[in-house]
Design a protein around this ligand. Sequence first.
Ligand code: GLU
Length: 292
Amino acid sequence: MTVTRFAPSPNGPLHLGHAYSAIVAHDLAREAHDPGADDPGAEAGGRFLLRIEDIDGARSRPELAEEFRRDLEWLGLEWEETPAQSARLADYARAAERLRSDGLLYACSCTRAEIAEHAASIGPEGPVYGGRCRREGPVEGRPVAWRLDVAKAMAEAMERTGPLTWTDALTGEQAARPDLLGDVVLVRKDEPASYHLAATLDDAADGVTLVTRGQDLFNASHVHRLLQALLGLPEPRWHHHPLLLDASGTKLAKRRNSPSLADRRERGEDGRLLAAQLRLQRLPAGISLGSP
Ligand code: GLU
């Protein structure tokens, strides 16, 4: 059975790009046929999950989760909701402890400015951490984040499972390249997990078989595949869909260049009609779909 999910962070209202993402995930689950089903005529029966990714500390606004549910309903989607990230902190702490005791994490006290100043390179997602705290240890008395020692972790994973690959439904098999992002943070200074650790654990716990999300998170999947190998989690497939872009080719963002779904809803726009148009890729003026 295909299980997909939509996993918004409640740090700003949803916009058209999110609607598209939720519809893609919803439809991939609903269209999926279970080859083992007794009755071949039975309705396609995948599951579409909603997960609220609410551990983004200060920026998280819990009241937005209710608005997200109203948005999805307005678009005519049906979903099952799984526990929000704030309800799973103990699981994250346990996984982090396991990686730490395997010697794959190190403490890092660097500030944002230090990370930028001593970057090893500029990767596809910004500065790649230069490894100062891996070599010298953290500065005493400062708060620490915990980073994955990606070279060591890759060597360990290769030893356990052989060369790591993963499959994107649109672009095919990928060799895992978590080194592109470098020694990513898995435990933040202010939270028991980072996005990478939390989302990977959640997808496994929720039984997600097809991780559906925008292409902007394509590179994150390299890291997630490595974490799955290290933590003995099942390997899903991925579907990174193209992003909706504004007239200047910039990705739609929560505050910048796209009215929120809540605004559209309150203006009396028909959400089901909007969903039908998005399915046909009939986009409002000035908005286009990026290439896969
Ligand atoms: N919470 C992330 C966001 O709102 C999405 C994460 C994911 O789909 O893996 O951008």
